[in-house]
Design a protein around this ligand. Structure first.
Ligand code: PLP
Length: 422
């Protein structure tokens, strides 16, 4: 009996879904490690760790035990006027591993609102210093979330279409490649000279939703430096790249110039709880200190610093650099590199690339972001028991660190076979 799939259609409205034409949703009843099970008992390898969240595996018992204990001790208390151990401990541990200029941890509850808070911090930073700066700088084809500030910074029209007239003022630059750094820098210069720029918002080194597109660390470093010379607040959106995806703890660890603000979510809580963080440097924080109450940051979400989320994050951090996970991260990185060499010569492959545990393959066949080509690939993977969600003609893999060698081979194998049907 397909109970969930059928009942779903009565009252539910799903994200990123055209309900008139979309296939019914698959009812999922259970998940463990790198596997999820549907209501008919079929299992699927979660090749993208459920939007890169479940990096330590689904229902990781180390994390479920920690949050179960926390739930019985302190479920929730408002974070205005009160504080608690999980938030304090998480701030201490994050400051230890974040780039060395990060000094303060502000809590939100999802990636978009982490970006939203970062943008508001940047705008108010200038306001508090007595300057009106009204323009954001962002990369072409970036993705930063679905609230208005985050949407403004995003440059993917498939998400922003109906709202474009209502967004913040943004100037866009292309991402820098090794051979275009000077060109992008001069574009940035022109923007800085002709606008009153408040902040530069970017996905460091990997643009996720754009199709796992990589760019030059040296180039990004130069852009950050130029922004910082002009007191433009630099905001690194590490919602996707954070927590070991690129090989280091954070993509910003590949940079010499530390961003002023860093946004974290997704793998932060190991998929157990919605939580996000906007961290900032002392310089940003200091601009909010004043005898005047109005110069404080009057921005809050009810569930700020939820103790359950903080506890999941603490357990996740312990796992991130544990011997077992470090070994798995290295294995996946090597395996991806081998697979890239194997697949990149295939006539249907335009480019294959990997960075840390992120693998992406652009096909020569044109395909829309949402369309029949992409759906055909998706259906093929699911029929083969693998959850992969191609972005147009880009196939990408971002597996949980705990995926087994055999499961990873199966993912590669299914991708290879899918090239025969496109
Ligand atoms: C997912 C994502 C967001 C948005 O996070 P939500 O939790 O979905 O609001 C922002 N930036 C990047 C890079 C993301 O991958």
């Amino acid at each position: 009996m397909k109970n969930l799939s059928e009942r779903d259609q009565k009252y539910l409205w799903h994200p990123l879904t055209q309900h008139q034409t979309a296939a019914p949703r698959l009812g999922i009843v259970k998940a463990k490690d790198a596997l999820i099970w549907d209501e008919d008992g079929n299992s699927y390898i979660d090749g993208i760790a459920s939007w890169y969240t479940a990096m330590y595996g689904h229902c990781n018992s180390y994390i479920t035990d920690a949050i179960t204990a926390q739930m019985k001790q302190l479920d929730f208390v408002m974070f205005s006027g009160f504080t608690h151990e999980p938030a304090i401990k998480l701030s201490e541990q994050l400051i230890e591993i974040l780039p060395s200029n990060q000094r303060k941890i502000f809590f939100n509850d999802n990636g978009s609102t982490a970006i939203e808070a970062g943008i508001k911090m940047a705008l108010q930073y200038h306001h508090n210093l007595g300057e009106r700066r009204d323009t954001l700088i962002a990369f072409e084809n970036g993705f930063h979330g679905d609230t208005f500030g985050a949407m403004s910074a995003s440059g993917l029209s498939s998400y922003n279409g109906p709202f474009e007239d209502f967004l913040l003022k943004v100037e866009r630059i292309p991402v820098p490649q090794e051979d275009t750094i000077d060109e992008v820098l001069s574009k940035l210069d022109y923007i800085l000279n002709n606008n009153s720029c408040a902040a530069f918002v970017f996905e460091p080194l990997v643009q996720g939703a754009a199709g796992m597109k990589f760019h030059s660390a040296k180039g990004l470093d130069a852009l950050i430096q130029k922004c910082q010379e002009n007191n433009v607040i630099t905001i690194a959106d590490e919602v996707m790249t954070g927590f070991g995806k690129t090989g280091k703890n954070f993509a910003s660890d590949y940079l010499i110039n530390n961003p002023d603000i860093i946004c974290l979510s997704k793998a932060l809580t190991a998929a157990m709880f919605p939580l996000s963080i906007t961290s900032c440097s002392q310089k940003v924080y200091d601009a909010f200190l004043s005898e005047s109450v109005a110069k404080g940051f009057f921005h809050a979400h009810t569930f700020s610093a939820h103790p359950i989320g903080c506890t999941a994050a603490l357990a996740g951090l312990e796992l991130l650099n544990s011997d077992d996970i470090v070994e798995r991260r290295a294995y996946i990185e090597k395996a991806h590199q081998r697979f890239v060499l194997q697949i990149e010569k295939h006539p249907k492959v335009k480019e294959a690339r990997s960075f840390g545990v992120i693998l992406a393959i652009d096909l020569t066949v044109e395909g829309n972001r949402y369309g029949s080509f992409r759906d055909m690939l998706y259906d093929f993977y699911m029929s083969e028991g693998v959850n992969l969600r191609p972005l147009g003609n880009t196939i990408y893999v971002l597996p949980p660190f705990v995926i087994t060698n055999e499961q990873l081979e199966r993912v590669y194998n299914v991708i290879e076979r899918s090239l025969e049907i496109v």
